[in-house]
Structure formats: structure tokens, C-alpha cells
Design a protein around this ligand. Structure first.
Ligand SMILES: Nc1ncnc2c1ncn2[C@@H]1O[C@H](COP(=O)(O)OP(=O)(O)OP(=O)(O)O)[C@@H](O)[C@H]1O
Length: 239
């Protein structure tokens, strides 16, 4: 893989004196969607926190765009858009004001037209643009956050359980949106429990167990892209 966006090799991360991530390796290219699955407490969010530099690693290699969060945290964070499971927006600000403000914090300038185009492309209804985020559903909050991620135009997008709590139509819209971002060259790493959604969208699916990738599957070119029975069996084995 030439110039991967994300390189993780033999990553070790400890929390509370325990090795939560223990020899995890994963490489992600531009335009690739990788779904990271695993049981509760397997270390998925911990892996995202290490990539974001929220948690220090105690072993292994980790680079984003060739930079190591251990010694270039600002440069690394400038390359990442991160959507936590519950997207944090300022409830008293409108969608437009939220995006304006959060872009400013990220030192990123975008015109009114660019912001509206992003809202349009994520399918946030025009009547919501000037509504306070406090009244938004989870899906609307995510669309706002994805619009922000698109406007920031970062090479790497990290998602923590993005479809939990979304209805099937909103989930399908969300996955279509990820495909649009990936087609623009964004590398997407998505932590999820949604096996079917992952099989619909991801190029690769990794199953994390005991702190490392225990199994990995790549999408085939013909439908079905993944062997769902193999995925279910793999998942059942590590539970
Ligand atoms: N602040 C903390 N201090 C110590 N240990 C922690 C802390 N937060 C999480 N852990 C432990 O780290 C392990 C991995 O947690 P993590 O949140 O990464 O799992 P996960 O795979 O994202 O799980 P889930 O699917 O339930 O969200 C768990 O065993 C958890 O108890």
C-alpha cells in the first residue's frame, strides 16, 4: 500500500495497568473504509483514543499521514475528523452556527455557500440549518457532524458506533454518505456493532479480540461482498 493514511503496527495501549490493546496492527489507505468489530470491552474505542492521541501507547508504531501523535499531536489532529457515538454540538446554537464556530476552532475558513453545499450533500433538510441543535434527532446531529467533517476536509475520519440509535433508513443514508466521502479519498475507520451495515459498506472488516485483530475479511467484487456466515462464525468464536 503506497503512502497509507494510517499505519498501526503492534500497538500496545494500557489502561488501569491492563493491556487493553495488545499487538494490534492495521493499515488504512486513502479512500478505504475499514470496519472494526468486536465484543464489548474488546478495545475498539481505546484504539481510536490512541490514534487521536487521547491515550499514550506503551509499544508499537502509530502514524497518521506519516506523523506520530506522540510527538506531533497538533499536526495529527489536524488530519483527523472524529465522530464520537454521541455527537457533541452546542445545543443553543443552530446547525449553521455550530459548524461556523467549530470550523473556526479548527482554524478552517469556509464560505456560507460551502457550508450550505455540505449540509445539502449530507441530506440535512434546509429548514434545519437555522434551527437550534438542541432540538435535533441523533440522525440530524450526525449529519451536522459529517457536514463539519466534510468541510474540514481531513484525510482520516474516525467513527465510534455511528449507526447505534439510527433507524434503518437513517443508517442506510449514513452508509451511503461514507461511501461518498471514501470516493473523495477520505480513509474511514469505523467502530461498529452493526455487522450487516459493515458488510454493506466496508472494504475490510477486522474483528478485534484480546487486544489485536483476530480475523480480517476483504470485500469481494461480486455480491454478496462478504460471506455473512463466515463473519457471524468469526464473531461467535471470539465472544
Ligand atoms: N478509564 C479507564 N480506565 C481503565 N480501564 C478502562 C477505562 N476505560 C475503559 N477501560 C477498559 O478498557 C477496556 C476496553 O474498553 P473500550 O471502551 O476500548 O472497549 P470497546 O471495544 O470500545 O467496547 P464497547 O463495544 O463496549 O464500546 C474495557 O475492559 C474497559 O473496562
Amino acid at each position: 500500500m503506497s503512502n497509507p493514511v494510517l499505519v498501526i503496527d503492534q500497538l500496545v495501549v494500557e489502561r488501569g495497568g491492563r493491556r487493553i490493546v495488545n499487538g494490534l496492527s492495521l493499515t488504512l489507505a486513502a479512500g478505504e473504509i475499514y470496519a472494526l468489530l468486536g465484543g464489548n470491552g474488546a478495545g475498539k474505542s481505546t484504539t481510536l483514543f490512541a490514534i487521536l492521541g487521547f491515550l499514550a501507547r506503551s509499544g508499537g508504531v502509530l502514524t497518521i499521514g506519516g506523523q506520530d501523535p506522540a510527538n506531533a499531536i497538533d499536526a495529527v489532529r489536524a488530519q483527523i475528523a472524529y465522530l464520537p457515538e454521541n455527537v457533541a454540538l452546542y445545543d443553543h446554537l443552530t446547525a449553521r452556527e455550530n459548524v461556523d464556530y467549530l470550523l473556526k476552532i479548527a482554524d478552517c475558513r469556509r464560505s456560507r455557500d460551502e457550508i450550505e453545499a455540505a449540509f445539502q450533500s449530507v441530506g440535512l433538510a434546509a429548514r434545519a440549518w437555522d434551527q437550534r441543535a438542541g432540538s435535533f434527532s441523533k440522525g440530524m446531529r450526525q449529519k451536522t457532524a459529517i457536514a463539519l467533517a466534510m468541510l474540514r476536509d481531513t484525510p482520516l475520519l474516525l467513527l465510534d458506533e455511528p449507526t447505534s440509535g439510527l433507524d434503518p433508513a437513517a443508517s442506510a443514508d449514513f452508509h451511503a454518505l461514507l461511501e461518498t466521502l471514501a470516493a473523495r479519498g477520505v480513509a474511514v475507520l469505523m467502530v461498529t456493532h452493526d455487522l450487516l451495515g459493515a458488510a454493506d459498506t466496508a472494504d475490510r472488516i477486522g474483528l478485534i479480540s484480546e487486544g489485536r485483530i483476530a480475523s480480517e475479511w476483504s470485500a469481494g467484487s461480486a455480491e454478496p461482498r462478504f460471506d455473512l456466515n463466515a463473519l457471524h462464525d468469526g464473531f461467535a468464536r471470539v465472544r
